[in-house]
Write a protein that binds this ligand. Structure first.
Ligand SMILES: [Zn+2]
Length: 59
């Protein structure tokens, strides 16, 4: 990916909450049928997964 593309995605990610208000950075799904620890944690969970994917692109 081009550097400006990565920066644009990073900027967007930075607008998502970095942690769940109730569970902090531990946003792993509490059960396989859930996306995150709780509904409030979904944006933080998505940010973490997207950040990991982005970091893999940077290598
Ligand atoms: Zn939560």
């Amino acid at each position: 990916m081009d550097q400006p593309d990565i920066r644009a995605i990073q900027d967007a990610l930075n607008h998502l909450p970095i942690q769940c208000r109730y569970h902090g950075v531990k946003t792993d799904p509490s059960s396989p049928r859930r996306e995150a620890c709780c509904d409030t944690g979904i944006p933080a969970r998505r940010r973490q997964l997207a950040q990991e994917a982005l970091d893999r692109q940077r290598r």
